[in-house]
Design a protein around this ligand. Structure first.
Ligand code: SF4
Length: 412
């Protein structure tokens, strides 16, 4: 296929596809899907080999947010039966982080619900970063605390944060349909603040909220322009109790096309499969490792993930390897000289967004909740039939009931 040969050539040269080429990837047929995965896989392997970076989420503060992000189980007015708690203490957060690191994670993502941190909140998070780094100096710490005020990114950087996550989530044109309490421009501003402070930028999207192909291409091209080091791709977890609870638009094939398009547009960037991996890719998760070079280990912010050991088995079975702490994630041209692995391209980076709809920055795919009586967590009981729009799928979505904020051991 000429299109795929062109996209591979451009990806190996770090050249952007045209909008028409990106749209054509999303429009490919099921007959061509394996060819699309193989082509994007060449670009992925060129820049990242067969390594998979593991990231681990610690929800520092859960629920009770005054913002109204429609995908989020922690939003104002959410009826989602998620865990609700205020700030974890530094020792509680560092214990949770240690479980993820012991499971193979090289980055810990510290996330808090809310519009943005107060200066007192930045102090709290700074103490938590210190507690984590005292235990393990090599672990990368990414903060995801919402919109930043002047000076806060610099303070987080001084406290030892490596990265900051704040997602664009969707296209500028549709942002107002998803959230009314802050703007797309606010989000761009925070990513830029993180960049300017020398933090590695992490910023991604949520697919599955009813957007068009054009919206998806718009947001991924906007991300390329912002130049983050990592791009989390969330697949909306339609949580019961949120406005998007009935929005089941994604199939495993659609998710693979979205990941392939993101890889072609952001060829040398850490593309991370974030919230919704188990819910929407289901048995196709291993194929997606040919496109993304990074995943979350274990549970998400408010919903449960596949068991941590199952993530590790999947990586090994698919012929990939977990990236070690001694390996710099990004290609040499992006990695900061002497950096700890996040890489911060010319002048820094940014990071962050909540996964798949669960939260602010890197909150999971919308998924925080549900009144879901699934005993084994996400992925434990793949659906025989595809999810369909208009139906609640409580068999696929489980509220997190273990780990941070509970007395139960984390899933890592
Ligand atoms: S995504 Fe973040 S800012 Fe938006 S409602 Fe959820 S916790 Fe609040």
């Amino acid at each position: 296929m000429d299109l795929l040969n062109t996209l591979v050539d451009k990806g190996l040269r770090r050249e952007s596809p045209t909008r028409e080429e990106a749209l054509a990837v999303l429009a490919t047929s099921d007959d061509d899907l394996l060819d699309v995965v193989a082509a994007a896989g060449k670009v992925r392997r060129h820049w990242f080999g067969r390594r998979v970076k593991l990231n681990y989420l610690v929800n520092l503060k859960s629920g009770l947010c005054p913002e109204d992000c429609s995908y989020c189980s922690q939003r104002l007015g959410s009826k989602a039966e998620i865990l609700k708690y205020t700030w974890l203490k530094p020792d509680q957060a560092s214990r949770a982080a240690a479980a993820g690191v012991a499971g193979g994670a090289k980055r810990v993502c510290l996330v808090a619900s809310g519009r943005g941190p107060t200066d007192r909140d930045v102090d709290r998070v700074s103490d938590t970063i210190k507690a984590i780094k005292d235990q393990n100096e090599a672990v990368e710490v990414c903060a995801c605390l919402g919109l930043l005020s002047d000076g806060q990114a610099e303070r987080l950087r001084e406290a030892g944060a490596d990265a900051y996550n704040h997602n664009l989530n969707t296209s500028e044109a549709t942002y107002g349909d998803i959230t009314t309490t802050h703007t797309y421009a606010d989000r761009v501003d925070t990513v830029n603040k993180a960049h300017a402070a020398g933090l590695s930028a992490c910023s991604g999207l949520i697919a599955g909220m009813g957007e068009s192909d054009e919206d998806l291409v718009d947001v991924v091209f906007s991300l390329r322009e912002l130049d983050p080091d990592s791009v989390p791709v969330n697949f909306l977890i339609p949580m019961e109790g949120t406005p998007l609870a009935k929005e089941w638009h994604l199939t495993p094939q659609r998710c693979l096309r979205i990941l392939a398009m993101t890889r072609f547009v952001c060829p040398d960037v850490e593309v991370r499969i974030a919230g919704g991996r188990e819910v929407h890719l289901r048995t196709m998760q291993p194929l997606a490792l040919n496109l993304a070079n990074s995943i979350f280990l274990g549970d998400y912010l408010t919903s449960e993930g596949q068991a941590g050991h199952a993530d590790l088995e999947m990586i090994a079975d698919a012929g990939f390897e977990v990236e070690g702490a001694d390996h710099v994630t990004l290609p040499g041209h992006r990695a900061a000289a002497g950096g700890g692995g996040c890489g911060s391209h010319e002048g820094g980076g940014t990071c962050g967004s909540h996964e798949g709809g669960e939260g602010c920055g890197s909150h999971d795919g919308g998924g925080a909740c549900g009144s879901v009586p699934v005993s084994g967590g996400r992925g434990s009981a793949p659906a025989a039939e595809p999810a369909s729009a208009g139906e609640a799928r409580t068999d696929l979505v489980a509220v997190r009931r273990r780990g941070a904020g509970t007395d139960l051991a984390p899933n890592a």
